[in-house]
Design a protein around this ligand. Structure first.
Ligand code: NAD
Ligand code: MG
Length: 396
């Protein structure tokens, strides 16, 4: 019986994870559930899955949850704060940690899970973008097992040489390049000039995937693919010139590995995150995920096109930050988080997101990213400068 902690259980990935777990009560038990402040969502999950511990980041929300659980006669321990998130990720009481918090907030509990040598199902790509070198070295030093839930990385991992699944270094394994597929998001066919006037509602309406708000905006700017290029660099030990992006509007091929002998291996399936979640939960075995069988005849065709850096400047910025190295990717990530939130709050235009990130990268010098302190201080500075740049834009 595997005991599972889900960080971000009320989100899109969290809900999909619970859907897979409830199909296999003989194999998995929920140890802890954690969310930011959605009391009702976490309460309902507690009623159904009866974890030992429930954590809310926000103390007021935790107090409300505790009262609801008490009234319902449920003996579930409720805690709050970042330390509690780290505790449920590292305790002896859990075997598997699903890292599905969105953004930088997921970094510390994911690091705690790595230090405790857990099996980590990583959805929270921002943690790796911020602190790739540090997180990967903690994973290796503590014999943790880091498995990619992000559909592209899960696809690549499934297409990698057999037996090397826990090496994290594939540069010399006969691989020419990794090909990340991207749907291109909702604006792939728009006139570039019209992107200035995009609304948050239009940006979060993804054509193929149903996801949280932040990653939906990231998909619309293609910063999501940029973050994924950085994520692939750390997960597979490949340099940026061996990681390519190709547009594939149907989202049936989730990514590919191109070998030097000319073989290109692809992983396919319906666009449903329960597939990579089930794959990483059960690896090296396979379990039912509830995902419908792929109907290739119905899908009909698979289209490919080049990724367009003019339409998607965020993708170019991510490559630029990866090449610069050090704290650049943490700076990129923080500036993006600030800009996306401001766009969702209608404070800036869609096209300002890339402008702000470019400015922040320009202003803040990159330094070494060997320690958590260096990373967190770069993150903090980038958020401050991003807010300043937003002021400058708003005053024009
Ligand atoms: P979401 O917004 O739907 O859910 C986020 C979850 O994290 C919620 O449970 C929320 O309560 C919790 N949370 C947010 N801030 C928190 C904080 N400060 N402390 C504690 N909990 C907090 O997001 P999502 O779409 O499920 O994405 C989660 C992560 O998975 C992101 O990093 C995203 O990039 C990645 N991811 C998502 C998908 C997808 O299909 N949704 C695919 C690949 C990768
Ligand atoms: Mg993805």
């Amino acid at each position: 019986m595997q005991r599972v902690t889900i960080l971000g259980s009320t989100g899109s990935i969290g809900i999909s994870t619970l859907d897979v777990l409830q199909r296999h009560p003989d194999k998995y038990r929920v140890y802890a559930l954690a969310a930011n402040k959605s009391v009702d969502g976490l309460f309902e999950q507690c009623q159904q899955f009866k974890p030992a511990v429930a954590v809310m980041l926000c103390p007021e929300s935790a107090a409300q949850l505790e009262e609801k659980l008490r009234n319902a006669g449920l003996a579930i321990k409720v805690q709050s704060g970042m330390q509690a998130l780290e505790m449920i990720s590292s305790t002896e009481e859990t075997d598997v940690v699903v890292a599905a918090i969105v953004g930088a907030a997921g970094l510390l509990p994911t690091l705690a899970a790595a230090k405790a040598g857990k099996r980590i199902l990583l959805a929270n790509k921002e943690a790796l973008v911020m602190s790739g070198a540090l997180l990967m070295s903690e994973v290796q030093a503590n014999n943790a097992v880091l498995l990619p839930v992000d559909s592209e990385h899960n696809a690549i991992w499934q297409c990698m040489p057999v037996g090397d699944t826990q090496q994290y270094h594939y540069e010399n394994k006969g691989i020419r390049r990794i090909i990340l597929t991207a749907s291109g998001g909702p604006f792939r066919d728009w006139n570039i000039a019209d992107l200035e006037d995009v609304t948050p509602e239009q940006a979060v309406a993804h054509p193929n995937w149903s996801m949280g708000q932040k990653i939906s905006v990231d998909s619309a700017t293609m910063m999501n693919k940029g973050l994924e290029v950085i994520e692939a660099h750390w997960l597979f030990g490949m340099s940026s010139d061996k990681i390519e992006v190709v547009l594939h509007r149907q989202s049936i091929i989730h990514s590919m590995v191109d070998y030097v002998d000319g073989s290109v291996l692809a992983q396919m399936g319906n666009p449903d995150m329960r597939t990579p979640i089930a794959n990483t939960l059960a690896w090296p075995e396979r379990i039912d995920s509830g995902v419908e069988a792929l109907d290739l005849v119905k899908a009909g065709r698979l289209d490919f096109a080049a990724a367009d850096f003019e339409r998607f400047p965020c993708l170019a910025l991510a490559y630029q930050a990866l090449k610069a190295g050090g704290t650049s990717t943490a700076i990129l990530n923080a500036a993006n988080e600030v800009a996306v939130e401001a766009f969702l709050n209608r404070q800036i235009k869609f096209t300002d997101i890339a402008r702000i990130i470019a400015e922040v990268l320009e202003i803040i010098p990159s330094t070494a990213a060997d320690s958590l302190e260096q990373i967190l201080s770069a993150d903090e500075m980038a958020r401050k400068v991003a807010h300043q740049q937003m002021q400058v834009l708003c005053n024009h």
